[in-house]
Design a protein around this ligand. Structure first.
Ligand code: NOJ
Length: 555
């Protein structure tokens, strides 16, 4: 049987990621909530969304905005109650919208009952739920660095440290302990029982660690080394995920998308989600997110997309994985800066937002749209370190030597995750329609110009363009299952690829540059979608203005 075309609801579905804190404040306390998501269900229906991935809303001290879970069975009061979640699940079903929960299983909060017991009781039965090692002459057990800056270890007491590859308030769990694994599976099963359709599984690539705990030998200028190989994509991860699949996913036919960081190769990824692996359905990887000069650029004005590199990355993953595994298509999530700011144009932001949508969503795979992407929201104009809220930004800034802080701040302004965590721009009223009361959430100053209400009324808006591309994707199987072939990049700015099957043949053309260029094209049967005002093409040459894009039927 052809596993590529075997029907699974999530292959043909369009997902939308919600960062609940900044999405919509229904109860008017200045903070986004679950009721806010319920109120916006008709909005998702209008756009054509089939499932929602909601970032963590569990009880938490919110050190990392909910990725530090204190109680997996409780909703944080800022977001509402368990009853609200139940209402969301049942009401969403009426709109044919499924709910995907963000499951954080690599770590808990240090305020979770298990870890509290470990801290307070030397004989705690939960000690082995975490990774605790002897101090090395009063120093951390080894030189491993944390994703959030500094050491990957934090002091538990005078003689011991616990592993925390993210923040010190997020102790890593010890998946080698079977009892712990069972407790985690119970959590997942409980949520499935409640009615969710699956999970986005956080940091899944890191659940197995190098248990020799030997120092990293990578060269480093800092005392603690950013050597992700010590806790990323290790062989043991797969034994754990298979068990999770067998005990949790398979019996419930639940959808699972794993976040796979740590620079995985195609072979690594196939181990997680090849059709016959019985592990995950899809994995998020990040290769295509860094194809510009963001490491050296000092501001958005001199940020430049390397179009050749971007095309190569997209081609590599699309062509290597097709017919072997399924793929998630995304430009944005809650951990990156806004795609319009990253790869789009300062001069033509809305046009470039549409071009980027054409490029990404014309490919094969499940669409994941991040809140605000569908209206072309942009990075926040940060000016000082005090405006940042993210524990990662603050941790990395603190770990940066004083002489480099200024340069680091410039980088942070462009790259920080806080750029995508500003209030959703609903309309041009107070706080962009996110909340009518005073709020701590940042409101982008451009909200009067860029907002949902205005864009739903404007036939040429980014929102309308997203709606069209979603409709196209859902009404035409060639865009879901069809093959893909990329062409050479033209003038370092035009990406082209073809999508085809026995019935249809399409050419997708995207100009990711600000210069006009003329390209040769085959005979065009019809224009399926474009962000230009062109209505017919009779020639075999096509003039592309800045960020023009087309989906053309060519056979
Ligand atoms: C990945 C999540 O996407 C990110 O937001 C979080 O900070 C880390 N995992 C830790 O949970």
């Amino acid at each position: 049987m052809d596993k590529h075309t075997t029907y699974k609801w999530w292959k043909e579905a369009v997902g939308y990621q919600i960062y609940p804190k900044t999405f919509y404040d229904a109860n008017h306390d200045g903070h986004g909530d679950i009721q806010g998501i319920i109120e916006k269900l008709p909005y998702f229906q209008a756009l054509g969304i089939d499932f929602l991935w909601i970032c963590p809303f569990f009880d938490s001290p919110l050190d990392d905005n909910g990725y530090d879970v204190r109680d997996y069975y409780k909703v944080h009061e800022n977001f509402g109650s368990m009853q609200d979640i139940k209402t969301l699940i049942t009401t969403a079903k009426k709109y044919n919208i499924r709910i995907i929960v963000d499951l954080v299983l690599n770590h808990t909060s240090d305020e979770h009952a298990w870890f509290m017991d470990v801290k307070n009781n030397p004989d705690s039965k939960y000690r082995d739920y975490y990774i605790i090692q002897k101090a090395n002459q009063k120093m951390p057990p080894n030189n491993w660095g944390s994703f959030f800056g500094g050491s990957a270890w934090e002091k538990l007491n005078d003689d011991e440290y616990y592993l925390k590859i993210f923040s010190k308030k997020m102790p890593d769990l010890n998946w080698a302990n079977k009892e712990l694994r069972s407790a985690l599976y119970q959590i997942a099963l409980w949520w499935l029982e409640l009615g969710v359709d699956g999970f986005r599984i956080d940091a899944i690539a890191h659940i197995a660690k190098d248990t020799t705990y030997e120092n990293s030998t990578l060269k480093s200028e800092t005392m603690f080394v950013s050597d992700w190989s010590k806790f990323s994509n290790l062989p043991q991860v797969h034994a754990y995920i298979r068990e999770f699949h067998e005990e949790v996913l398979a019996p419930n036919d639940a959808f699972a998308v794993g976040e796979v960081g740590g620079d995985p190769s195609i072979e690594d990824v196939l181990k997680y989600c090849a059709f016959d692996r019985k592990e995950l359905d899809v994995t998020f990887t990040f290769d295509h997110m860094w194809c510009n000069n963001i490491d050296t650029a000092t501001s958005l004005a001199n940020l430049k997309t390397n179009v050749q590199e971007l095309k190569e990355k997209l081609e590599y993953w699309q062509v290597s994985l097709i017919k072997r595994a399924w793929y998630p298509l995304y430009w944005n999530n809650h951990d990156f800066n806004r795609v319009v700011s990253n790869y789009g144009s300062q001069k033509y932001p809305q046009q470039s937002a549409k071009a980027l949508a054409t490029l990404m969503y014309g490919m094969w795979g499940t669409m994941f749209i991040y809140q605000g992407e569908e209206i072309g929201m942009e990075n926040y104009p940060f000016t000082s370190i005090d405006q940042f809220e993210d524990v990662q930004a603050k941790g990395q800034y603190a770990a940066t030597p004083t002489s480099q802080k200024e340069a680091f701040l410039k980088k942070l302004i462009m790259t920080s995750r806080d750029n995508v965590r500003t209030a959703m721009q609903w309309d041009d009223t107070t706080n962009a329609g996110f909340s009518p009361v005073k709020t701590d959430i940042l409101i982008h100053p451009k909200y009067k110009e860029i907002n949902v209400q205005q864009q739903m009324q404007d036939p040429n808006s980014v929102w309308q363009y997203y709606k069209k591309i979603i409709k196209l994707k859902k009404s035409n199987k060639t865009f879901i299952y069809g093959d893909i072939v990329f062409k050479d990049v033209i003038d370092e700015q035009v990406i082209q690829y073809e999508r085809f099957d026995d019935t249809n043949h399409y050419l997708i053309i995207v100009n990711l540059g600000e210069y006009e260029c003329v390209i040769e094209i085959p005979k065009v049967i019809s224009i399926v979608l474009t962000n230009t005002s062109v209505t017919a093409i009779c020639e075999t040459t096509l003039t592309l203005a800045a960020y023009d894009s087309y989906i053309l039927k060519i056979k």
